[in-house]
Design a protein around this ligand. Structure first.
Ligand code: ATP
Ligand code: MG
Length: 757
């Protein structure tokens, strides 16, 4: 009835309309970024309800994040208006499974009010089991086992499925897995992996229940299908096997969760698994300008394992993807801050753009810190999406609590936080005693601890450990007072001596390296302050600023969290080998790791609608040491005709206050000129005058007893095929060169000659 003329269908192209209107049977929408897959999926939900094909609760729609689910709900609601009562089952795999599992909890031995454990609880439980088994937890850290079990759950393996060959835990994994599951049941608890695993098991063992859901969900829709893991895939197949009305949308080029068990094979196998599947390809991109699309396509073309697809846009407008190299990470943050303000004001003849429409997408969360600090300094409102802001992270708060006690020993709140972190056998009972003594004597917790250490009143173990901690704080506070070491060194010493660094080093889970990186980043942040106290004040002011809520904010998030989103203005900083692609992916044998990183680069560029700026720094400071960086290999892969190389700010007289770098942007000078310029040299001088070490000139650098290169950063060179350029990085005998024709390339030193101009 009036369905041909339904207004929501009007804005779709024929392929999208096909996807919306093919309601019977399996449908796979396989298409590149920004082609309107999510839009078509959302419209399909509306269409199902509007045509009366399904009541709202007969539709099951799966999104990748809760944020995406909320947005889809809003759009569906908006399109439907007052027409239909109720909403479909719309959520993430996890949220949908919680709903189902609560109804049938008793079938797996749980009560319907089961709790969902977080990672910390999970690890604590694992630790108990490992200890009970008398296993050496140094060699076999609880987190390693927890990670392995997660992996098994992603594959829908119960303990019985685990074969000896898969058991990397010295053969003990399977038994511990079984014990762990049994413990969870007695605790009336599940972990995240269980949500899917239990439901899949219930479906497999209880045919009557499975049939009920199968006939219930007449229509199933899945967004971001390329990132489903095996357990999720099994869940979908079981549910879809009666009506077979399953519509999945995805893009093999955007599969970025392989490290978490996602199987891009699911999408490639779709036609086999769902007989008679209709595959719909969308080719028109509605999101991005031709240059942005061209740059993204150029990069992803470097992957060998892909289906390959055509993408086009009928837009003709837009500026090129901008590429800029910076002297170091701080300058990159400073420049991006100013650029954001320029976009906000309206610059280069552009209309003003709201901060809500701008995003910075980073590869690693530790990159966020320099942006957060910079934006706080200049008062630029921002939000961090998909994770706590830097100073709110667990490991940062722990570390800061140590610093706080060292600076002000009376800080009882901070002391309480770390007295048993990392765990050192000062349990609840001992902590109660400390509190009691503090209250009775009217002294701080640290002083109360000292009294207990000296006079007894605790278990021998707690007394000994507390003695060590108190002595530590005495030592650190004295070092701080007498300035025997710099506050930066001291911070590192504190973290090392208290056992906190080792705690994360022994931790073999995927998030541990990130936490260690964040701790390094914290110590690095200290360098910008006179002393620890000044730093702590800065952070407490930051935290207070939090409360003031401005309506418009720049978004900062990881590339992973940006999937499915779009912004008119996107900044992609830190495109340097080792950071992006990550060192881990480069160390992996074969191309698999780097190909996943390249898909991440594709996801990043394709988030941009109008303006995309990629940047890299020649130097990053790691542990107070300058480390010279090579531009990312992905930069080499950006097609030159879609890229404009910008002049780095140093050309215009360094980083003095009030410098308007944006003026440099309109001049379109080649990067190579900039690096060979007096401005670049000035930056180098300024850096050395700050007393900081900087990357060595390689002229005297000897590696393996052979001189590797006579070129240094800032040198102007000539390459017979690539023309003139400037050296912006040196690594052994390889030079990173920005060429005047636009591209940045890595070249073996013997292929270039010095150029004097
Ligand atoms: P991704 O792969 O990044 O998730 P996608 O394929 O899901 O992208 P959408 O987010 O659905 O793409 O659409 C991208 C943009 O294009 C959105 O702003 C959407 O509103 C717009 N769009 C989609 N289809 C059309 C159309 N037929 N006409 C005009 N605009 C469209
Ligand atoms: Mg999408």
């Amino acid at each position: 009835m009036g369905m041909r003329s339904a207004p929501y269908l009007g804005g779709l192209n024929p392929a999208q309309r096909d996807a919306v209107e093919t309601l019977q049977g399996p449908v796979l929408m396989l298409a590149g970024a920004g082609t309107g897959k999510t839009k078509a999926l959302t419209t399909r939900i509306v269409h199902l309800m509007n045509t009366g094909m399904a009541r709202p609760n007969e539709i099951l729609a799966v999104t990748f994040t809760n944020k995406a689910a909320r947005e889809m709900k809003m759009r569906v609601g908006g399109m439907l208006g007052e027409m239909v009562e109720g909403m479909p089952w719309l959520g993430t795999f996890h949220s949908l499974c919680v709903k189902i599992l609560r109804r049938h909890a008793e079938l797996v031995g749980l009560k319907s009010n089961f709790t969902i454990l977080d990672t910390d609880d999970q690890i604590r439980l694992m630790k108990q089991l490992i200890r009970a088994e008398g296993i050496d937890e140094k060699r076999w850290p609880p987190r390693l086992l927890a990670g392995m079990i997660d992996g098994w759950k992603n594959r829908a393996w119960t303990p019985e499925h685990v074969t000896a060959g898969e058991d990397g835990f010295d053969g003990k994994g399977q038994k511990l897995y079984a014990q762990y599951q049994a413990r969870l049941i007695t605790l009336n608890a599940v972990d995240f992996g269980d949500l899917l695993l239990h439901v899949v098991m219930i479906f497999q063992k209880h045919d009557d229940i499975l049939r009920r859901y199968q006939s219930w969900f007449k229509y199933i829709l899945v967004d971001e299908y390329q990132d489903t893991n095996v357990a999720q895939y099994m869940w979908l197949r079981l549910l879809a096997s009666e009506h077979k009305n399953i519509c999945c949308v995805g893009d093999d080029d955007q599969s970025i969760y392989g490290w978490r068990g996602a199987e891009v094979g699911n999408i490639l196998r779709f036609e086999k698994d769902f007989e008679g599947a209709k595959v719909i390809r969308l080719e028109q991109n509605y999101r991005s300008t031709p240059h942005i699309l061209g740059a993204a396509s150029g990069v992803i073309a470097g992957n060998t394992t892909r289906l390959g697809k055509t993408l086009w846009t009928d837009r003709t407008d837009g500026e090129k993807v901008r590429l800029i190299g910076h002297w170091d990470g701080e300058e990159e943050a400073r420049w991006i801050g100013e650029e954001i303000e320029n976009f906000q004001r309206g610059t280069r003849g552009l209309d003003p753009i709201s901060l809500d429409h701008m995003a910075i997408l980073v590869r690693a969360s530790h990159q966020m810190r320099s942006f957060e600090d910079r934006f706080l300094t200049i008062g630029l409102p921002y939000r961090v999406i998909g994770g706590p802001r830097f100073y709110e992270r667990l490991e940062i708060r722990d570390a800061m609590a140590y610093f706080r006690v060292a600076v002000s020993p009376d800080d009882g709140l901070a002391f309480e936080r770390i007295v048993n972190t990392p765990k050192r056998g000062i349990g609840d009972k001992a902590q109660q005693t400390i509190n009691q003594v503090a209250r009775d004597n009217g002294v701080s917790l640290l002083e109360a601890s000292r009294i207990l250490v000296e006079q007894g009143g605790l278990s021998a173990k707690a007394r000994k450990e507390l003695g060590t901690l108190v002595a530590g704080f005495d030592r650190w506070s004295a070092a701080l007072r007498d300035e025997t070491v710099s506050h930066v060194e001291l911070a590192q010493v504190i973290l090392d001596e208290c056992g906190y660094t080792a705690f994360w080093q022994n931790d073999k889970t995927p998030e541990a390296p990130g936490r260690l990186e964040n701790l390094k980043e914290l110590v690095k942040a200290l360098e910008e302050f006179e002393n620890l106290q000044g730093f702590l004040e800065h952070v407490s002011l930051i935290m207070e600023n939090d409360a003031t809520d401005a309506t418009e904010k720049v978004s900062i998030m990881t590339l992973h969290a940006a999937k499915g989103l779009e912004f008119p203005v996107v900044f992609l900083p830190g495109w340097e080998d080792g950071l992006f692609p990550s060192q881990r992916s480069m160390d992996e044998s074969g191309q698999k790791g780097v190909e996943e990183e390249r898909r991440l680069a594709y996801v990043g560029i394709t988030r941009a609608e109008e303006h995309c700026t990629i940047s890299f720094a020649a130097n990053r400071r790691v542990y107070g040491q300058w480390q010279s960086q090579m531009p990312s290999r992905f930069i080499d892969e950006l097609p030159a005709k879609h890229v404009e190389v910008l002049t780095p700010p140093g050309l215009y007289g360094g980083m003095g206050a009030g410098n308007d770098y944006s003026s440099g942007l309109t001049e379109r000078v080649s990067n190579a000129d900039a690096y060979a310029s007096p401005g670049w040299k000035r930056m180098q001088e300024r850096t050395s005058s700050r007393g900081l070490s900087q990357p060595k000139k390689t002229s005297s650098l000897v590696i393996d007893a052979k001189v590797v290169s006579s070129f240094g950063i800032g040198d102007r060179v000539h390459h017979s095929a690539l023309g003139f350029g400037a050296v912006i990085g040196v690594e052994g005998d390889k030079l990173s060169i920005v060429f005047e024709n636009g591209g940045a390339k890595k070249v073996v030193a013997s292929f270039v000659t010095a150029a004097d101009d």
